[in-house]
Design a protein around this ligand. Structure first.
Ligand SMILES: NC(=O)c1ccc[n+]([C@@H]2O[C@H](COP(=O)([O-])OP(=O)(O)OC[C@H]3O[C@@H](n4cnc5c(N)ncnc54)[C@H](O)[C@@H]3O)[C@@H](O)[C@H]2O)c1
Length: 350
């Protein structure tokens, strides 16, 4: 394949500030068409050099494409990704991949049938230091995991409220998201679907764990959607876990993603805020991963590039495939169901 013929559905804040500039700068990508709603679409087509613009997702998908990038509100990811996979396309689908577990596993089945690349762009899964941590875990350096802590906090008071200024500044963007994308319950807004999706997908990629049950609580604190999330998890292998999330770091503060894994042979700690990965084994062995200062900061430059490299065969490493994404979706859906049932312990999968 000389150039990957790419279409895009969703052309809002994230697509125009992260994905489109990256794809437009690549010689191995042809931007065939862009789909979105609203009067700004023609300007976006022109700015990034897409061949055509349309408000119809079907019209976009019916063009001669190899691949599609879906960056719409969360609730549209499943139907659009399903249509794309059924047309045999490679799919980069934004997080959360879906809002419901059955839809997530439906996409996993369709992706397997299609045999195409399916990647959900979770930036932290592609950092050199998380790849190093993944290698330590795969080599069995902490033995079998018995306890997992998974915490995340973000400077997103405005994003989940009504003022996205900080996010626009952070990503040097002039296109504000539709507030309903992040803060309306109908579109799957809220911190769990919007951000815990990142930390849980990092956990599941690193460890291969799968959640069996969760007892969860959320707090909206006056917002229309959850700003705080907490859960007690039982994993399929019998391990225990705790999940926590908070949307209200001060603007400008670094994201917190803290994953602490306690195994039969030692402990592995990953902390993106303080930029450290440490292994501490019960036999006395210690190892610290060297991290370039600033590398803990969130950015999502590698996943779109990796998507293209997976299609062209330049890479075989998908750190955020449909299974990782589905395990995150099923946990979050069950956490929210549990919270709605007054914290009752809830099955994550059959
Ligand atoms: N991976 C990451 O790090 C990351 C970061 C930010 C956002 N995101 C994800 O990106 C997605 C978009 O977020 P955003 O902030 O850019 O939202 P946004 O509101 O700015 O953009 C949504 C886009 O979808 C389009 N759209 C809405 N309904 C449509 C329809 N029926 N058909 C075609 N297009 C339609 C809108 O016109 C708009 O272009 C979300 O799923 C979000 O979670 C991911």
């Amino acid at each position: 394949m000389s150039r990957v013929r790419l279409g895009a559905i969703g052309a809002g804040w994230w697509a125009t500030s992260n994905h489109f500039p990256l794809f437009a700068a690549r010689d191995d990508v042809e931007l065939v068409g862009v789909c979105g709603l609203g009067p700004g679409l023609e300007g976006i087509r022109e700015r990034f050099g897409f061949g055509f613009a349309t408000e119809s997702a079907e019209a976009l998908l019916d063009a001669d494409l190899d691949a599609v990038v879906i960056s719409t509100p969360h609730d549209l990811h499943h139907p659009l990704a399903a249509m794309a996979l059924d047309r045999g396309l490679h799919v980069l689908c934004e997080k959360p991949m879906t809002l419901r577990a059955d839809d997530a596993w439906d996409l996993a089945a369709r992706a397997e049938r299609a045999g195409t690349v399916f990647l959900v762009p979770y930036g932290w899964n592609y950092k050199a230091f998380t790849v190093a941590a993944k290698r330590m875990l795969a080599a069995g350096r902490i033995g079998e995991i018995q306890y997992a802590l998974c915490h995340m906090a973000s400077p997103t008071r405005g994003l989940f409220g009504s003022d996205p200024t900080h996010m626009l500044e952070r990503w040097n963007s002039d296109t504000a998201p539709d507030p309903s994308t992040w803060s309306s319950p109908e579109h799957g807004g809220g911190y769990a679907h919007g951000q815990v999706t990142h930390s849980s997908a990092l956990l599941f990629w690193l460890t291969d764990l799968r959640a069996a049950t969760v007892a969860g609580r959320v707090l909206n604190a006056g917002a229309p959607v959850d700003l705080f999330d907490a859960g007690v998890i039982r994993f399929d292998n019998g391990a225990l876990g705790s999940l926590s999330g908070a949307a209200t770091l001060a603007d400008g503060d670094k994201y917190q993603v803290d994953i602490r894994l306690f195994g039969t042979e030692g402990v592995l700690m990953i902390d993106v805020e303080r930029e450290r990965v440490t292994l501490s084994r019960y036999d006395g062995e210690r190892e610290e991963v060297a991290i370039t200062p600033g590398d803990g900061e969130y950015e999502c430059l590698v996943p779109p590039a990796r998507f293209i490299e997976l299609i062209t065969g330049a890479s075989t490493e998908n750190n955020s495939d449909v299974t990782v994404a589905a395990r995150s979706v099923e946990l979050i859906e069950a956490l929210l169901r549990s919270a709605a049932a007054d914290g009752a312990e809830t099955r994550v999968h059959a």
